[in-house]
Design a protein around this ligand. Structure first.
Ligand SMILES: Cc1cc2nc3c(=O)[nH]c(=O)nc-3n(C[C@H](O)[C@H](O)[C@H](O)COP(=O)(O)OP(=O)(O)OC[C@H]3O[C@@H](n4cnc5c(N)ncnc54)[C@H](O)[C@@H]3O)c2cc1C
Length: 185
């Protein structure tokens, strides 16, 4: 009887896992469980009312062709900068973020003209920050899963790298680990 593999989360990591599972020589039944109304997770382009396309996640992912050439510059500000603003009691307004982004673009890229279109989003904790001891915790979690023979494999930005390519590779590795010796493709 064919096995069923449940993939939890339809971000790029889960989608990569589904892709590699379905390419096996004897593919299992793959059930993708996604909690939101769309696939792609943090990889998301949105179109404003005036037709301008913004990237809300990685700036390297753009639609192909002319549409991709019209997507807009992403300015990402965060980390200790945001924590410092919060600690100073500053009001975290969209106006403040836009002003800071424009200043960064002017100093770092020399773009002094104000943008014709602007979309400001505050995504708190959107990129996992690995803390000291992360790798030891991960290793101990892996050992626990193996020792308990739990049918669970971990993939995604929380574990072995946050970049899109790390996530795709972690999905591929998860599929290989689930397929075992079958993963000969
Ligand atoms: C603003 C921003 C800019 C970035 N820029 C770059 C860049 O330029 N280059 C680069 O390489 N990387 C970039 N990254 C990082 C990269 O985009 C992410 O690390 C990667 O997309 C994460 O993919 P993922 O599938 O691991 O997780 P996610 O994209 O978080 O996907 C997880 C999915 O699981 C679903 N889910 C969660 N919990 C449940 C549940 N309990 N049940 C069902 N479904 C659930 C979520 O709805 C989501 O769809 C950026 C990220 C952000 C946020």
């Amino acid at each position: 009887m064919s096995r069923t593999v449940v993939v939890l989360g339809g971000g790029i990591s889960g989608l990569a896992a589904c892709y590699h599972l379905s390419r096996a020589s004897h593919p299992p039944k793959v059930v993708l469980v996604e909690g939101s109304k769309r696939l792609g997770g943090w990889i998301r382009s949105v179109r404003g009312p005036d037709g301008a396309i913004f990237e809300l996640g990685p700036r390297g992912i753009r639609p192909a062709g002319a549409l991709g050439a019209r997507t807009l510059l992403l300015v990402m500000l965060g980390g200790s900068w945001l924590q410092m603003l919060e600690a100073s009691g500053c009001v975290l307004s969209q106006k403040l973020f836009q002003q800071q982004a424009q200043e960064a673009v002017a100093t770092q890229l020399g773009l002094k003209e104000p943008p014709s279109h602007c979309l400001v989003h505050l995504h708190k904790n959107c990129i996992p920050q690995y803390t000291l001891g992360h790798w030891q915790k991960l290793e101990s979690a892996m050992k626990f899963l193996a020792a308990q023979k739990l049918p669970l494999t971990l993939a995604g930005a929380s574990y072995e790298g946050v970049a899109v390519n790390d996530c795709i590779e972690s999905g591929r590795q998860a599929a290989i680990s689930v397929l075992g010796p079958e993963s000969n493709r």
